[in-house]
Structure formats: C-alpha cells, structure tokens
Ligand binder design. Sequence first.
Ligand code: XMP
Length: 522
Amino acid sequence: MSVSAEAQANTVLILDFGSQVTQLIARRVREAHVYCEVVPFHAAAAALERLSPKAIILSGGPASVTEAESPTLPAQVLAAGVPVLGICYGQQAMVQALGGRVTKGHTREFGRAEVQVVAPCRLFEGVWDDGARHLVWMSHGDHVDQLPPGFEVVARSDGAPFAFVADESRALYGVQFHPEVVHTPDGRALIENFVLKVAGAKPVWSMASFRETKIAEIRAQVGKGKVICGLSGGVDSAVAAVLIHEAIGEQLTCVFVDHGLMRLHEAEQVVTLFRDHYNIPLVHADVSELFLGGLAGVTDPEAKRKFIGKTFIDVFEAEAKKIGGAKFLAQGTLYPDVIESVSFTGGPSVTIKSHHNVGGLTERMDMALVEPLRELFKDEVRALGRELGLPDVFVGRHPFPGPGLAIRIPGEVTKEACDILRQADAIYLEEIRAAGLYDHIWQAFAVLLPVRTVGVMGDGRTYDRVCGLRAVTSVDGMTADIYPFEASFLSRVATRIVNEVRGINRVVYDYTSKPPGTIEWE
Ligand code: XMP
C-alpha cells in the first residue's frame, strides 16, 4: 500500500473505458482531496478486491455499447454496493447492464450544451438549483433512450433528454456530458458532491500526509541499502531526490550526467541547488565531450536519441560502479506513465519518438527501483516540491527533454550550435518571464534550424541561421495548442535575438498544434 491508511480507506476507483480524458476524472477527484486510482475496465474485479473503494466512476470511451464486441460493465461493479457515477460511455454501459436501452447515434453531439435541472439530485446540492439551466460539455454519438427501473431524469438538454439520470436509492448516477473537463464549469463541484457527500469519502489526501507516508515507505523498502538517482535538471527527478534524501539522508547519491546539451546556466543551477543548498551528495559527471563527439555527423533524429540514451546509461552505470554497491535506482516516474491505457485497436502503437530514460539499467545492474512519485500527476509533484521547500522557480520549470538541446537542433549538433541556441533560448524565456506569461505556458523553447537565410544588418549582408520559437499550452504533453502571443511580443523577441545572438538573422514562430505536430521538433 502506497498512500496513508486513511487515504487508502477513502479511495475512489475509476474504471477506464478508453476515453482521452479519463485522467481528468482522477484530477477532479484528487482536487477534492480524495485518493483515487485509474484501472482498465477489464481489471475491475482485482481492483475492487484490492482497494475496497468508497465509490466507482466509469469513464467515457470510444466504443459503442450497441455493438457486441464492445466492453460491458463488469458484474462486480454493481455487486460492490457502492455509489457509481457513469460518464458518457460509462452511463450507457451501466444503463444497459441494468436493463435500460441505448440507441446508436447517427450524428455526434459535440461541444457546449445547456442542461436544465428537472428534479432534485444529491449531486446538485449547493451547485445547481431546480429549474436552472447550466453549461456542460457534450461529446457522444450514442444515447440512452429508455431508463432502467428505479432511475429518473434529473437534468435534460435539447439534444440529450437523458443528460443526467439518477437512482438515488441505490446511489447510481449517469451523465451524458463530461463533468471532468473544464468546459463544464460546475463539473468539479458535481464530482466533489459525488465523492464527498454521496460516497462519504473523507478528504484526507494531502501532500503533507503523502510526504510522511512516502518517507516511511522509502525507509522500509531501502533499509540500510544505498540508492542512486539520476538528476536531469527537471522537476520530477529533483523532487524524487529531495524526498528520498529526507527519508534516508547520506544513503542517497545523485548523479548529474552533464551532456553539454543543457540550457544556459542549467548545469550550475542544478549542482548549486543540490550540493550547496540541500547538501545532497552529488556526482557531477561532465561528459559533454563524449556526447558532442559521438553526435558529430549524426543528423537523423532517432539516431541522436538512441546514441544519447545509450551513452547516458553507460555514463550512469560507470558512475554508479564508482560509488559501489547501490542496490536501488531512484526515478521520478509519474502516474500518467504508470496508468495502463486501454487500447481498442489491439495492435502495438507506433513509435513516434524513442523517449530517453534510464530504464534497462535495473536489469543490467541488478537494481530495484524506487519510484516515490508513481501515484502523482505533474501538478501534484510540483505541490510536493513546494511542500519539500524547493524554490518556486525550480518547481515551476517547464519540462525539458532528456536528450536536451540535441533534439532542438535539427541536423548536426555541434558545440557552436548549442551555444547559439542557448543564447536565443535564454532571451526568449527572459522575455516570457518579464511579460508574466511563464506560468501560463506548458513549455516554451527556441529551436535552431540548419537553414541559412540572407539578411541585411547595418550596411552589410548577413547569411545566418534561422531560429524557430515554440510555445504550447497542454495538460499532459499528449496534446497541445500553440500559445497565442501578441504580435508585438513576438517581434520584440525576434528583434532581441537577431540583434544579440551572433549566428541568427531570422526568427519564425511555430503555429502547429499537437497533433499533427509534436511539441519538440525531433
Ligand atoms: P513530443 O515532442 O513527443 O513531447 O510532443 C511531449 C513531451 O515530452 C517531452 N519529451 C521528452 N521528455 N525524454 C523526456 O524526458 C525524451 O526523450 C523526450 N522527448 C520529448 C517534450 O519536451 C514534451 O514535454
């Protein structure tokens, strides 16, 4: 068990039917200070036994309950006798399991809709008044057209007469719309009513209690053993390291593999923070020549990623051997990496990019993993970082990829190109911070293109490289929208970069969302 006994006794189970936004349900439940876990629908039986949840939430999903091969509601869900909230596909699966009827839609209803409250419901208490109309977000094809015995409609919309249905006596609720997305303004309060008022879960999930429980758990797992942790400069590995250090002190050694592909002053910042501020034993492996030497002449993005990943592990392994006898490897793995996503296609997914991590090391070196952040979402890791006293500027940092600047320099990566990019990137981020925009953006960075263009500066001709600027908003990095800067902001940044950075004479802004683009350029 990995959360405090009290939080565990107040768990909500979320069954995933493959919706793109299942994780947002978990976010909303945790915001009510209730612990929850997301489990694929077919693993319901084991999860129910393991967790004894206070309530169950059924996610949406891409399938149609009207088709024979689509997932059905596992029998154990209703047998558990706890409150159930079915969302979209979850509503339809529950209604069908209880003897109601779902009809296949010929058109999809997608986007904003208004529902009208037509009967009282415990989920509405303090949120929605009788007769009032409220904005919700719909995204569905099929719809319920006959309710099972015991159910009544409590809110309806023009397009969805069964928008919100309830059987109060059994505490079963079904919504056609998506309360978990921010486009349903009262969705969070409805979910909170469900978990706190209807299910009676106690709001005991907090970062302070998580920190205490984790520390005890790390001590129990590690005993007197030595732990080694790779620091990337990112928030996750830093928070993991500080937490583990609090638990086991000098038994932890951190290794910072400085591959020369960091941003401006990043290496010094990490070393200073850990060695001087936290007094955490830190090996600073300056191996930039090894990396840049190996990258010479390499232009293929996957070849770069593979080389960097492999060399990182080689260096890490060599440093770990020098320390001698580390039995445990600590990693900042987060919950979104752990959740097993439900695939309806059955086939393996396509590799878009080979992500870099230190996996594989555990087998090579016979080490066990310590992953104290496995239950947390990114913003919860940030909250834990603050709880542990990490400086705000560090905790709030944008994500930075393991392969570093190498994947922001399409074409060959050289020290000269890295130096040029570091300066442009620093100017861009300085301006973003000065404009107060840093915390509104998921990730912003500069890219150095292998293209040269002609310019004119003063009376002279220039023939220099192009710098691309990227800034996106995102919830989890899986999808992203471009950040819509004011034109005056972009032109200020462009002017500064061209004037201050030798080697760049043109700046462009990347207007591609993800999909179809990816966030990084390689
Ligand atoms: P993409 O480019 O795939 O990136 O849209 C999604 C998010 O992942 C980050 N990223 C990485 N992070 N190792 C990492 O630790 C990697 O190899 C890696 N590649 C991409 C990227 O910065 C973005 O936040």
